[in-house]
Design a protein around this ligand. Sequence first.
Ligand SMILES: O=C(O)CCC(=O)C(=O)O
Ligand SMILES: [Fe+2]
Length: 304
Amino acid sequence: MKRFNQKHLDEWNKEGGVLITNFFSEKEIKPCRQDMDLLYGDRRDATASPKNNKQKGEIGSVSPDQFRNFDDMPFACSPALNLLALHPSLIELAKAALGTDSVHLYQSHSWAKFTGEADFDQDFHCDFKNHTLTVPSQEISQRTINCMIYLTDVTDELGAIHYVPLSESEKICGDARDPFGSPEVQAPLKEKEVSCAAASGSIFAYGIDVYHRGTNLTLPSGVRYTLTASFKAAGNDMIGWSAWPYSFLKPWHLFFEHCTPDQLSCLGVPMPGDPFWTEQTIRRNKNRWPMWDESPYLESLDTD
Ligand SMILES: O=C(O)CCC(=O)C(=O)O
Ligand SMILES: [Fe+2]
């Protein structure tokens, strides 16, 4: 059964963002939440009161203390959290949204937010500032799809992301897109913001040209766990965040042990049948990742 439909894609195209509830089941999310507890649970101070660092009239601002419990994939935990961003249904959504058969995952980070740890209220901004050195493309296939996966229930008291649909932000900002969100657009954007509060297992998919902001956690002892999964068309060199081999000491073996060739291809590993794969490269890759299932790659050599 498909986890998304044409209406979701139409909304993403028209408004730049779409909330898809129940994308993942509790059975899929529970082990990821346990992984998040393992990675970040001991950072939580359940007695802390909500923080408010805002000046009078300020909506919020992006500040380093909001990112204390934030890390890029891979994570030192089970395969569950590591492989969630490469779930086949998410890859299918990315391919459909970008209208291409080949996508790369270029960003996935886990993020734990705890009440009182920071004031998580941000001002409106667009994420293209740290995904490209230029600006978002007008060509659909050259855009990105950025998914926030909810690993806990996210209410407005638990820091739901808020966004402004493109049809509204265009009336306010026209064609202009200041990725840092200039002060004069903040109040009018706030009037049109939509909350993406939703239950655990939901995803909010949005583009890097969409005005949005994180909001504060105000529920006493509150916890918000999320994972991001950002995709681009393979070969789109304008977009970047992670050069995966840069973090070579992290547990990449989990991916070679558990991913299908299609999932690995999202990390830049050529598909079976690609001329990269020869007897030598397969042998050497197997030496590097002993638990990798090389059989589909070997079989495609035999049929050449
Ligand atoms: O975590 C959130 O709800 C949004 C955060 C965000 O937009 C950002 O840090 O760029
Ligand atoms: Fe953002």
